[in-house]
Design a protein around this ligand. Structure first.
Ligand code: ZN
Ligand code: ZN
Ligand code: ZN
Ligand code: ZN
Ligand code: ZN
Length: 613
């Protein structure tokens, strides 16, 4: 029974990045902090993003056939078993599994049963708003309702059974009982979910007990697959020509230092007399100087580090650069330079000179189409929160010493749709449009997510942002319907800040690794196919299976930040959407509730044309 457990490299940032709990082949693990990452790892270059986030750089865990789930020295991203409490489906015995119990290549098995029975992870864990995660104290749960004297008389903390009753259903059917001689404590799990008087462990499972803090936050028991267990903070940048060229020779030299046979020994020997000797040997072999070695050592070992990313969201003024402005400028440049990581070309819908509706109307409303044959995106994880997205951020390095962040590069292709700026401005000026979006803006201002979302929307949510964002969602859904892309394999980037003269939406592949480039997405963007796709998309957008409810909504979704948009018509997988599936409204596309939709006349013309045929 030699099992292989593997997480794809692209998934080591999202969805299985630091702090995430996930199931794989019936076992459950948590991704550890980057302090536990292997020393041999791949540098991921993105100087723009590094400057923006104020970090020294990025690394990816090397892709391996078998990640470091149970071996201390394997090269992949490290994961440890969590929850530690497991149970046997046959004899119902509960076992608290320790790292020393792990046998490489083998899932945990029940110590009592023969033949071997696999142990399953308990379904419930506890979290707090400081970002901590821990096992439920099952002994305490089973004994909590006994008086103190009886509780103290229990002779064992590990004689627990996890039972299922056939006489009840749901959580009431589950119970934890103590079979220590003379005890007999038992409690069902009916009210397990929620806040109890249990204490927070003050740490995450991979942190040592000595790293725990005194945490007074109330502990919440949740299912380990619950949505509020983990909110990753991910940053992303496209690689652009010029700006992303590494300093001449710099990357290569850094690579030579890290590849040196003396590098790992030097990292371990820091502060000892041996370090000087190793240092001299590396300098001689690679040509690196002391300044570079100091910088790399401090990055590696966390010594003498002045700054580290503590908050998930960089201040709006951080490093003075707006990555999105640079991306928009590069994507829409008249003659964009071509590099290994960036190749785009202008295209259109193929509707020039078209006079029949609905095509002429579509032509008037759409601007240039830009086809991106090659894009490289770097995604970095700065930390995560639990309980709610605005709770305290736990940094990717829980020891707060390292200055780098875990990241992956994703290679892919994309389609940038732009709207006709004049048509867009005219539509945006209408009172009905403005007042519709003003209501949404008021909800956004009240939302605890406003800081994060305003990084994307700009300080004042404009109608074009909601219009283009919704258009992106509908296009992804239409493309998946027509050409077999799964919605999860496509992502969006919204460029829609009027103060920056932006009016586009980029849809791109996001599979990651070598699987990223399929070549097919750009093909979908070539004329005449794209125009036909857009028309069918607009027609489909006019109707939702949850109508009339969906269309008439004055606030649905997370924090009431959607209007006419629901799972049946406009939402995408979490990983595809920049805004967490908020700020969507089909009415701005197809009209309704007194709002003129940007594409409404086209939908009407398409229907009229169909009726004449
Ligand atoms: Zn058993
Ligand atoms: Zn007991
Ligand atoms: Zn806590
Ligand atoms: Zn809907
Ligand atoms: Zn979205």
């Amino acid at each position: 029974m030699n099992r292989k457990l593997r997480v794809r490299q692209a998934q080591t940032v999202l969805p299985f990045g630091v702090g995430a709990v996930f199931d794989i082949q019936g076992e459950s693990f948590v991704a550890t902090g980057i302090g536990d990452w292997p020393r041999i790892r791949q540098a991921v270059a993105s100087p723009r993003l590094a400057a923006r986030l104020g970090v020294s750089g990025f690394f990816a865990a090397p892709a391996t056939l078998n990640d470091r789930f149970d071996r201390a020295d394997a090269p992949g991203a490290p994961y440890i078993r969590f929850p530690a409490w497991l149970f046997c489906g046959s004899c119902r015995r509960m076992v608290r599994w320790r790292i020393a119990d792990e046998k490489p290549g083998e899932p945990p098995s029940c110590p009592s049963c023969s033949p071997k029975r696999r142990l399953s992870p308990m379904r419930f864990v506890q979290i707090c708003a400081a970002g901590h995660l821990g096992d439920v104290d099952w002994w305490f749960w089973a004994h909590a309702r006994l008086d103190a004297a009886r509780r103290h008389s229990c002779s064992s903390r590990e004689q627990l059974r996890f039972r299922v009753s056939e006489r009840a259903t749901g959580l009431e059917a589950l119970s934890v009982s103590c079979v220590a001689p003379g005890c007999g404590a038992r409690r069902d799990l009916l009210d397990i979910l929620g806040t109890h008087g249990m204490r927070c462990s003050g740490r995450n499972p991979w942190q040592r007990v000595s790293e725990a803090v005194d945490c007074a936050k109330p502990v919440q028991v949740v299912q380990r697959t619950a949505g509020n267990l983990y909110y990753p903070v991910v940053h992303s940048a496209l690689s652009l020509p010029e700006a992303d060229l590494p300093a001449a020779g710099g990357e290569e030299l850094v690579g030579r230092v890290r590849d040196s046979d003396y590098w790992v020994p030097l990292c371990k020997a820091t502060g000892t007399p041996r370090a000087e000797i190793l240092r001299e040997m590396i300098k001689e072999d690679t040509g690196a100087d002391d300044v570079l070695l100091d910088a790399l050592l401090s990055e590696e070992t966390g010594t003498g580090t002045p700054a580290h990313p503590t908050s998930g969201v960089p201040a709006a003024s951080a490093a003075g650069t707006d990555l999105r402005r640079e991306e928009w400028a590069a994507l829409t440049a008249a003659e964009p330079p071509v590099t290994r990581d960036f190749s785009v070309r202008g295209s259109g819908l193929g509707l020039d000179g078209e006079t029949t509706e609905p095509w002429a109307g579509l032509h008037r409303r759409m601007g240039r189409v830009v086809l991106a044959d090659r894009l490289r995106e770097v995604r970095a994880l700065s930390g995560f929160s639990r309980v709610s997205p605005d709770a305290a951020i736990v940094p990717a390095d829980t020891s707060r010493r390292l200055r780098w962040l875990p990241a992956v590069e994703v290679l892919g292709e994309g389609i940038l749709l732009t709207l006709d700026p004049a048509a867009l401005t005219a539509w945006e000026r209408q009172d009905a449009v403005r007042s519709r979006v003003a209501g949404l803006r008021a909800d956004l201002d009240r939302s605890f997510q406003s800081d994060r979302l305003q990084m994307l929307t700009g300080p004042a949510l404009a109608p074009r942002f909601v219009l283009l964002h919704t258009l992106g969602h509908l296009l992804v859904r239409q493309l998946s319907f027509e050409s077999g892309y799964t919605t999860a394999s496509l992502r969006e980037r919204v460029y829609a800040r009027p103060e920056h003269d932006q009016y586009g939406i980029l849809v791109y592949t996001a599979a990651g690794d070598a699987e990223g480039t399929l070549g097919g997405l750009v093909q979908q963007g070539e004329p005449p196919r794209l125009a036909e796709t857009l028309l069918r998309m607009a027609e489909a957008a006019a109707w939702c299976s949850a109508d009339p409810l969906c269309s008439e909504h004055t606030g649905q979704g997370f924090g009431n930040l959607n209007r006419a948009a629901c799972h049946a018509c406009a939402l995408l997988p979490e990983t595809s959407c920049e805004t967490g599936n908020t700020l969507l409204d089909r009415a701005l596309i197809v009209g309704g509730s007194g709002v003129p939709g940007f594409f409404e006349p086209i939908v009407a013309a398409a229907r009229a044309a169909a009726a004449q045929e």
